[in-house]
Design a protein around this ligand. Structure first.
Ligand SMILES: Cc1cc2nc3c(=O)[nH]c(=O)nc-3n(C[C@H](O)[C@H](O)[C@H](O)COP(=O)(O)OP(=O)(O)OC[C@H]3O[C@@H](n4cnc5c(N)ncnc54)[C@H](O)[C@@H]3O)c2cc1C
Length: 461
């Protein structure tokens, strides 16, 4: 069987790896127009900031592909023909497949802004975007970044690291407030300003102006303010990269490529995974398109089983994401809606420095823990997931909060603060049980630990 995979990102490569793990005989071809090798897209910013070299973004050594017999092919696929089971490359070549995986990722959004096609205007998704930015950087005296999401703050930080004054336009009243609860959103807004990045809330782009060379020179906001700049970053979200597939007979496309619970598209023997896939019936509380790294990885693994005739339904698990807002690490587990929900209580603790917080969401009735939102504090994923999956009671979670602590030495004092906050708010008298350390964590997670073999134990009492 020959499996062709369009896209060498986390989704496509995870699928290829699992295909090889599960079946020694399957032929695997991975196609990409972007790069010869798989790389960590989330770390693109560090290349621009000089923290990492391009080579460092490749998780696998070059021999990995040969060893696992994964053929990497550079090229752009212009169209697919599911009836003939072929795909056509730019330049006229074609390739036959038995099963096809579409893992084509995302592209940055544009909304028909006048001037959006000018030189020195760009997004940040691909290597080519990064190269384009690098090329024009010597010309940039001031930059404007449009869109306050994960990529917008990264692009602002990148430009700032090169001592370029940046203005970040955010449509909402505070940073990423359609995703982050108000307190965390305002914390990030403060953090951005503290770092010397010009932040404009409630501000939208109206137009980008250019000069005779068709290069950006300024923007105007919808409020009529003109800001001079030699670069405009467009980071108002991403959308599935599916334009080349729109006319494919039998392939249903909404915003993304529509898939069933087995990640099968409407076309025979064609699957879709990662950022480009739109799940027809997402689970309650989940989105149809989840353009994040971990979703791509989980979908890649799941699809491999089904492709090889061992159907596995896609289980998105407990929602998890992590990112970094300049210096503030962010993690979310489970249900943390931006605007809460009826019946969902929240315990929100914030450190006096205003740059660390822990939010625990739980059911008002019954106390079952539903979600964690962490800023500047890191909690163990397995522990939080076990609490959420097991519907642990808020009070038992609080009493053993140390189990989640990634670095008990460093974070020890916050657990006591969080418990006493809960006591003040609810009139309870909970005491922290000092369950900490790796042993306690492993026991909680039911890992079997072996006694060290080297020590023979005479009967020492
Ligand atoms: C700057 C940035 C920061 C991010 N930070 C985070 C983060 O902190 N946490 C997080 O969870 N997620 C983050 N993400 C999102 C995450 O990187 C993506 O969800 C993930 O990389 C998508 O993987 P994918 O395999 O679906 O697609 P991609 O990695 O986009 O791969 C798709 C590939 O397919 C190729 N392709 C598309 N069409 C064709 C065609 N017709 N022919 C040939 N090749 C084609 C594309 O060129 C691309 O190489 C970030 C994304 C960006 C851009």
């Amino acid at each position: 069987m020959h499996v062709a995979i369009i896209g060498n990102g986390i989704a496509g490569i995870t699928c290829a790896r699992w295909l090889r793990k599960l079946d020694d005989g399957v032929r695997i071809t991975v196609i990409s127009d972007e790069s010869n090798f798989f790389f960590s897209r989330t770390a693109l910013m560090y290349v621009y900031m000089g923290h990492q070299r391009w080579e460092d973004l490749q998780p696998y050594e070059p021999f990995f592909w040969r060893k696992n017999r994964i053929d990497l092919r550079r090229g752009y696929v212009e169209s697919i023909d599911p009836a003939a089971a072929t795909l056509a490359f730019t330049g006229g070549e074609s390739l036959h497949y038995d099963k096809l995986v579409l893992a084509t990722g995302s592209r940055w959004n544009t909304f028909g802004w006048p001037g959006q096609d000018l030189r020195r205007v760009g997004g940040l998704v691909s290597i080519q975007d990064l190269e384009g930015l690098e090329e024009v950087t010597p010309e940039i005296k001031r930059a404007v970044v449009v869109g306050g999401g994960l990529i917008g703050i990264e692009l602002a930080e990148m430009l700032h690291s090169r001592h370029i004054p940046v203005t970040l336009l955010v449509r909402e009243g505070s940073y990423w407030s359609n995703t982050l609860p108000r307190e965390e959103s305002e914390m990030v807004s403060r953090h951005i300003v503290r770092h010397g990045i010009g932040l404009r809330h409630d501000t939208e782009l109206a137009e980008i102006h250019g000069d005779d060379t068709r290069s950006a020179t300024a923007i105007t906001t919808t409020a009529g303010e003109k800001i001079a700049c030699q670069y405009v970053g467009l980071t108002a979200g991403v959308r599935p990269s599916v334009d080349f597939l729109r006319d494919t007979p039998g392939l249903e496309i909404g915003k993304g490529i529509l898939v069933d619970e087995y990640l099968r598209t409407s076309a025979p023997n064609v699957f879709a995974i990662g950022d480009c896939a739109e799940v027809r019936n997402p689970r309650p509380g989940r989105k149809a398109i989840e353009a994040v790294w971990y979703t791509g990885r989980m979908m890649g693994e799941t699809a491999a089983y089904t492709i090889l005739g061992r159907p596995v339904a896609y289980d998105p698990g407990i929602w998890f994401n992590s990112a970094k807002f300049i210096d503030i690490e962010y993690q979310v587990y489970g249900e943390v809606p931006a605007h809460g929900r009826e019946g969902l209580a929240t315990l929100y603790w914030e450190h006096p420095d205003g740059e660390k917080s822990v939010r625990i969401n739980y059911e008002e009735n019954g106390g079952a823990v539903r979600g964690f939102n962490l800023m500047g504090v890191r909690y163990r994923q397995e522990v939080c997931e076990k609490w959420i999956r097991g519907e642990a009671h808020i009070e038992s979670v609080l009493q053993t909060l140390g189990l989640a602590n990634f670095d008990p030495e460093f974070y020890a004092q916050y657990e006591a603060d969080i418990v006493s906050l809960y006591n003040r708010q609810t009139g309870s008298n909970l005491q922290l049980k000092q369950k900490r350390g790796l042993d306690a964590v492993l026991r909680f997670l039911n890992f079997k630990t072996r006694a060290p073999r080297a020590i023979s134990t005479p009967d020492v009492r």
